[in-house]
Design a binder for this molecule. Structure first.
Ligand code: ARG
Length: 465
């Protein structure tokens, strides 16, 4: 083949091929228009590989310097939007390598020594995802802090606590919000745990079997800040379980966001009227002038479906793939990218939205009053006076039935009326029947008493600092 023929070759493998790809197949197989987002990780990985090749005497110092120079220019071109991405060059890896060769000649062609796109792409995705996980960890922190702030202000605010969406017992609104802080704290733990398995180095696995060059894989891992080297070449290039478990962790975050969204939507509805969201997170209706719709939480609730869907896509993508690398894996990127984008935007917006919640304590308290939320407290009161709990439960059920029939709260019944249900009831019952008394009584670790809520706020602040 003449030099001219060589120069015209646009594909990395073409000597064997006797016909060009159709435009449709090219478009079908190319990934550059989405995987170009990996460019920074690709350059970082290549520079670490080149540095190691030079240290091992596989690449000359001049070639190494040329590669560094070329990559610096490519970085600038991409940052300035001057880099010309070519569909013909299939993916981010071949685009960058071809440009490097254009810029620095033979040194560019030597970069790929002891490497394959298979271990290269696995490394790039891991490097990129590690950076994203770090950002997500910060965003989860910020959201938790925003919720802790609102919780602290509402350590005493009475909210009807629900089971089955029926009024159950009064809880502090702050306590309720701290339940979400717990969820997001576990999400952050999960992300940190996933990060450990993301942060391992495939490079050196080459196409699938390792390489005959004396590469120093540990050195590359160290220079990329990776915790370990993948110990089996076939596994290193093929499995995407790290992406799947990240997606699972992301899906759980979105499920938690979705639960919170559902509550915000309910609380903001006229039937509840517990809170208001700042106008900038809501929209109006084009036909009903009175409307203010909680669009942001509704959308987040919807987007949780999309992220759960990506998890299903990724896990199904992996199922049934024989070892080692298969092109199927190119399909890991779009769901992964969209998961990260959706999650980051959602967390950012929720931290802001949480900070702007207007709480309506009177409405919350009124709703708690309506639901006989202190009935359990009355039963507990009778137990303390010697009645077995099951009997106390029965006595209170009668009292509630009578109160409902008269449309009165238990605390509105007179002492004589109450005594009619059980003679053990005395004047101290009214403290027990009050919402505030009920709240204060749950003074146990993890309970809703305001001083417990404040203790949790302090614990979270120390943890999140
Ligand atoms: N674009 C490919 C991917 O995303 C890179 C690896 C391709 N390797 C190969 N031998 N075709 O997975």
């Amino acid at each position: 083949m003449s030099d001219n023929q060589l120069a015209n070759k646009s594909q990395a493998w073409s000597a064997l091929f006797s016909e060009p790809m159709s435009e449709l197949v090219k478009r079908y197989t190319a990934s550059v228009f989405f995987d170009k987002r990996l460019w920074k990780a690709d350059i970082e990985g290549s520079l670490a590989h080149a540095e190691m090749l030079a240290a091992q005497g596989i690449l000359s110092a001049e070639d190494h310097a040329a590669i560094q120079r070329g990559m610096a220019q490519i970085r600038e071109e991409i940052e300035d939007g001057r880099f010309e991405w070519k569909l013909d060059l299939e993916d981010v890896h071949l685009n960058i390598e071809a440009r490097l060769t254009e810029l620095v000649g033979l040194a560019g062609k030597r970069l790929h020594t002891g490497r394959s796109r298979n271990d290269q792409v696995a490394t790039d995705v891991r490097l990129w995802l590690r950076g994203e996980i770090d950002e997500i960890a910060q965003l989860l922190n910020a959201l938790q802090l925003a919720l802790v702030d609102v919780a602290e202000k509402n350590a005493e605010t009475i909210l009807p606590g629900f089971t089955h969406l029926q009024v159950a017992q009064p809880v502090a609104f702050g306590h309720h919000l701290l339940a979400y802080v717990e969820m997001f704290a576990r999400d952050a733990e999960r992300m940190a745990d996933v990060r450990r398995r993301v942060n391992r180095l495939p490079l050196g696995a080459a196409a699938l079997a390792g390489t005959s060059y004396p590469l120093d894989r540990e050195r590359v891992a160290r220079s990329l800040g990776m915790e370990a080297v993948c110990q089996n070449s076939l596994d290193a290039v093929s499995d995407r379980d790290f992406a799947i478990e990240f997606s699972a962790a992301a899906a759980l975050v979105m499920v938690h966001v979705s639960r919170l969204s559902e509550e915000l939507i309910l609380w903001m509805s006229q039937s509840f009227g517990f809170i208001d969201l700042a106008d900038r997170f809501c929209t109006g209706s084009s036909i009903m002038p009175q409307k203010k719709n909680p669009d942001v939480p509704e959308l987040a609730r919807g987007k949780s479906g999309r992220v759960v869907g990506h998890l299903m896509g990724l896990i199904t993508l992996m199922k049934g793939q024989p070892l080692a690398y298969n092109k199927d894996n190119q399909e890991d990127k779009e769901p992964l990218f969209d998961t990260v984008d959706t999650l980051k935007d959602t967390l950012r917006i929720f931290a802001e939205m949480a900070a702007g919640i207007t709480v309506k304590p009177e409405a919350m308290e009124r709703a708690a009053m309506r639901g006989y939320a202190t009935a359990t407290d009355l039963a507990d009161y009778l137990v303390k006076k010697g009645l077995p709990f099951r009997d106390a439960h029965e006595v209170v059920a009668h009292a509630v039935k009578t109160a409902i029939a008269q449309a009165r709260d238990l605390s509105a019944l007179s002492l004589d009326e109450l005594k009619a249900f059980d003679a053990r009831i005395e004047a101290d019952v009214f403290e027990v029947l009050s919402l505030r008394g009920s709240l204060n009584a749950r003074n146990i670790l993890g309970g809703t008493a305001p001083n417990q809520v404040r203790a949790q706020v302090a614990r979270h602040r120390a943890r999140l600092a």
